[in-house]
Design a protein. Structure first.
Length: 563
């Protein structure tokens, strides 16, 4: 809603500039001042015009102020030196906002554009661990934000079923006496076998040639015993991964197997299309030095089989043909690979993916390794988060029964993890610390608590009729805390627009905390029930509830009605 108000201010300023016979800057922008005393919107257009007019910015601002005709939603414009500050008419603005916010608040107009967004895509050689979780949470949250912003979004998990890791697991099934624990999740079973094969591999390097042969047979042969083994391993592991994702509120629309691009001839078509750009010695490769990338892109192994990079190229080409925009969420260690891939896609005349690179999560004691079995699984992380949430609830709400504590603890624990990851820009490295992630004072629980407070207050007025008309004098003499909350609610759609255009989810997470803060200050200081503005304030609480809930939903976090 703030963006619409900003557009009104921009148009008014454009008319004023035109009336003075001046050229309108193409990038005329407004911003929200850091201090409310400086207005609700401000522009530095006088600086831009001063260069052209060879006049003082102060004089430019003064002239603009004299001729500008402001929309009725603003009550005045002031020029403070070279700055022009717009002040909202909060009586009119409050009425407009309360009528504008409904249960679907935050859903923007349909843009008729499809985005394929790939995220998570962990190798199916074990359970998801906290090294994967940032990818999954950023990807899922971004998909939610993009859908709210009006895009059609298909989320995909790219299944690396042709990697060496899977061939190692298949070798283990064929050669090791591996005892399965029936109580383990299927992805845990696969992960334990993968660890055992690595131990065998380290003790006997001759195993490598056997694994290479298994991998070659899987790629070159059709329906074989080996292919069935590969598929069973991958399907089994994915079953466990999906269970983990569901608990974390993550769902993928499609699982795309990389082997499909070998089986359907896509790889050979890629080779053919790149033939005039390719070089060959022992392997087929693209020399990218002329494109500013020193490392060549290898397209085949010496035995003629394809590589992950080749299959990934075919996958991206296919995505480009089936979407208006392609988005990948990848670790920062993939930057070279994406540079190589992007050049190859350009040669193919294909779309280049938009990539959200993120830095990794590490443990305080060091880095993680699936191969060495050093990691915290996402399942363990969620269990620990819920356990700690239960302990806090038992201390704070001893009157709750066991089942209530369990239900609320699940909501709080999962929310704490998702928020802890989403709140930081992806470029920032995270050292995972339990006490910070699960803080009930500074973390997601404080946002969820604001929503629960709103629900509890509204529950006290069981016959609260949201359709009743608010008296006109309810909008008179608004308290500064009411204004702060109204402004916070109004910013929601602008935050979605910024987040979707920048392909970043942390603005939504940070906004959620700001909105909760504004509501909590209002809740603690402004009487609602029994006040002379009861209906107005109840509706303001209800609009806060809606906005908090919808904002948390964009982050994949439940909004509890009780805590």
């Amino acid at each position: 809603m703030y963006r619409k108000l900003e557009q009104k201010a921009i148009k008014a300023m454009q008319r004023a500039i035109k009336n003075l016979g001046w050229e309108i800057p193409s990038d005329l922008k407004f911003e929200e001042p850091p201090n409310p005393a400086m207005g609700d919107f401000a522009t530095t257009v006088a600086f831009q015009l001063a260069k052209e007019r060879k006049t003082s910015p102060v004089e430019i601002a003064k002239k603009l102020k004299e001729v500008i005709e402001i929309p009725s939603i603003f009550n005045r414009v002031e020029n403070k030196g070279p700055y022009l500050n717009f002040y909202l008419d909060y009586k009119q603005f409050s009425k407009l906002l309360l009528s504008y916010v409904d249960e679907n608040y935050g859903t923007l107009e349909n843009r008729s554009k499809k985005i394929i967004l790939e995220h998570t895509s962990a190798n199916p050689n074990g359970p998801l661990h906290i090294g994967h979780i940032r990818n999954a949470i950023i990807g899922d949250s971004l998909a939610r934000v993009l859908r709210a912003a009006g895009f059609e979004v298909e989320t995909q998990y790219y299944v690396n079923d042709m990697g060496r890791q899977i061939a190692m697991i298949v070798w283990g099934l064929l050669n090791l006496d591996y005892e399965i624990n029936a109580d383990d999740k299927p992805d845990v079973i696969i992960g334990k076998l993968y660890l055992k094969v690595n131990q065998e591999f380290n003790a006997n390097s001759e195993i490598k040639s056997e694994i290479d042969l298994i991998l070659k047979n899987y790629e070159e042969n059709g329906s074989t015993k080996i292919e069935k083994k590969f598929k069973n391993v991958v399907i089994s592991c994915l079953e466990g991964v999906k269970t983990t994702c569901r608990r974390l509120h993550i769902r993928h629309d499609s699982f795309i197997w990389e082997s499909s691009f070998v089986r359907n001839g896509s790889i050979q078509r890629i080779f053919k299309a790149l033939e005039r750009y390719s070089n060959k010695n022992e392997v087929l490769y693209l020399d990218l030095e002329d494109y500013g990338v020193e490392k060549e892109l290898i397209l085949t192994r010496s035995d003629g089989t394809s590589l992950y990079s080749t299959r990934d190229l075919a996958y991206h080409y296919w995505k480009s043909e089936n979407a208006d925009k392609v988005v990948d969420v990848l670790g920062s260690d993939h930057k070279l690979a994406i540079d190589q891939l992007s050049i190859a896609l350009e040669l193919l005349g294909s779309k280049i993916p938009d990539v959200i690179f993120y830095e990794f999560i590490t443990l305080p004691e060091g880095s993680m390794s699936t191969r060495r079995g050093i990691f915290i699984s996402v399942d363990e992380l969620m269990d620990e988060a819920v356990k700690r949430a239960m302990y806090e609830l038992e201390m704070r709400r001893p009157e709750l029964i066991e089942s209530e504590i369990a239900d609320i603890a699940e909501i709080l624990g999962i929310g704490a993890i998702r928020y802890y990851i989403a709140r930081l820009s992806p470029e920032k490295h995270i050292v995972f610390k339990w006490d910070e992630a699960l803080s009930f004072e500074r973390g997601c629980a404080s946002i969820q608590y604001a929503h629960a407070r709103a629900c509890k207050l509204l529950e006290k007025i069981r016959k609260f009729d949201r359709s009743l008309a608010i008296t006109e004098n309810s909008f008179d003499d608004l308290d500064p805390l009411e204004i702060e909350l109204i402004k916070a609610i109004a910013r929601f759609t602008s935050v979605i627009e910024v987040s979707s255009s920048e392909m970043r989810v942390h603005p939504v997470a940070q906004y959620a905390m700001e909105l909760a803060g504004a509501f909590n200050k209002f809740y603690k200081s402004i009487p609602v029930i029994g006040s002379d503005k009861e209906l107005f304030r109840l509706i303001l609480v209800d609009k806060s509830r809606i906005t908090l809930r919808n904002c948390l939903n964009l982050l994949g976090i439940d909004a509890p009605v009780s805590m």
